[in-house]
Design a protein around this ligand. Structure first.
Ligand SMILES: C[S@@+](CC[C@H](N)C(=O)[O-])C[C@H]1O[C@@H](n2cnc3c(N)ncnc32)[C@H](O)[C@@H]1O
Length: 286
């Protein structure tokens, strides 16, 4: 049976967001935050086969030492898949997103009339839609797809497949979903089947070799990856195409905007929640 690591740390409120961004970048599939007595306790979950307990502890200790002189209490527990599944099921409740979307786990069947259901079982992959970065991408995808026709979209870093499935269910006829993590690819395929969009969503390991241009690219990654990929994204996006991204905090926004502005992108719309930002960029005309 698969095992999970639950990392628990209590930090001052001003550190909570950057710390959660760091844990997100380290590959945590889910992060809970609880505020009490002017401190915030974060619980982050990592599949044990992806990160060793000692490596996780060392990385977090190094991070906390670099950002604060205080001593932080850190614990890392092992959890079985069964316990993890039960604990995380408690906080994966159905959620209305934007004007038209509705995210629900497979064990819930009711859906408000008129909303499009995205049935997501993230397993070890990231993407229940409850993280502000996923939520921001979904809202901007809904707006972009409603505003103009999208023919071929790329979901870069698909995780559970949630953004690719949203694109397909909002009517995009061809969606390419990629991830560097083979577990995520398997989970995204299962979720595409579960949502009956497997014929539209092509799940694959790579995209650069495809030589095609998309009219919409979405990427919920993190700051460094978004900056490193800027040229490739520019190359594979059609003129006037949309690029929707998230996975970074307000403090990183100027740097992301500058990387994309240098390539001629302009910001079409901006979304922010709990200091996480999502941006919808438009590529310039030829
Ligand atoms: C934060 S999760 C986003 C998951 C989902 N798209 C969402 O919005 O909830 C980021 C995903 O990107 C993948 N990833 C990270 N770097 C990548 C890269 N350079 N190319 C493709 N996938 C990448 C990770 O394996 C992870 O599944």
């Amino acid at each position: 049976m698969r095992r999970w690591l639950e990392l628990e740390a209590t930090v001052s409120p001003e550190l909570a967001d950057p710390f959660s961004s760091f844990l997100f970048e380290l590959g945590s599939g889910g992060i809970e935050m609880e505020e009490a007595n002017q401190a915030v306790t974060l619980r982050a979950y990592f599949p044990e086969e992806r990160i060793h307990r000692q490596a996780l502890l060392r990385a977090v200790q190094r991070y906390l030492r670099a950002v604060s002189s205080k001593h932080h209490q850190l614990t890392v527990h092992q959890m079985s898949e069964e316990n993890w599944g039960e604990s995380w099921k408690q906080w994966f409740s159905p959620l209305a997103v934007g004007e038209r979307l509705w995210i629900q786990p497979p064990w819930v069947s009711e859906k408000p009339p008129g909303r499009i259901a995205l049935v997501i079982e993230p397993g070890m992959a990231f993407g229940t839609g409850h993280h502000p970065s996923t939520l921001g991408c979904l809202e901007l995808i809904e707006r972009a797809v409603t505003q103009g026709r999208t023919n071929y979209a790329l979901d870069l870093g698909t995780g559970s497949g949630i953004l690719a499935i949203a694109l397909a269910k909002l009517g995009v006829p061809r969606v390419h979903a990629v991830d560097i993590d083979p577990d995520a690819l398997a989970i995204a395929r299962t979720n595409a089947l579960r949502n009956e969009v497997a014929a539209v969503v092509q799940v694959a390991e790579s995209w650069e070799a495809s030589g095609v241009a998309y009219d919409c690219i979405v990427a919920n990654l993190y700051r460094n990856a978004l900056e490193e990929l800027a040229h490739k994204i520019h190359l594979h996006l059609e003129p006037l195409g949309s690029f929707i991204c998230s996975g970074f905090l307000v403090s990183d926004e100027p740097s992301i905007c500058s990387a994309y502005a240098q390539l001629g992108f302009t910001v079409e719309q901006r979304w922010e929640r709990e200091t996480w930002v999502a941006l919808w960029f438009r590529k310039k005309r030829p």
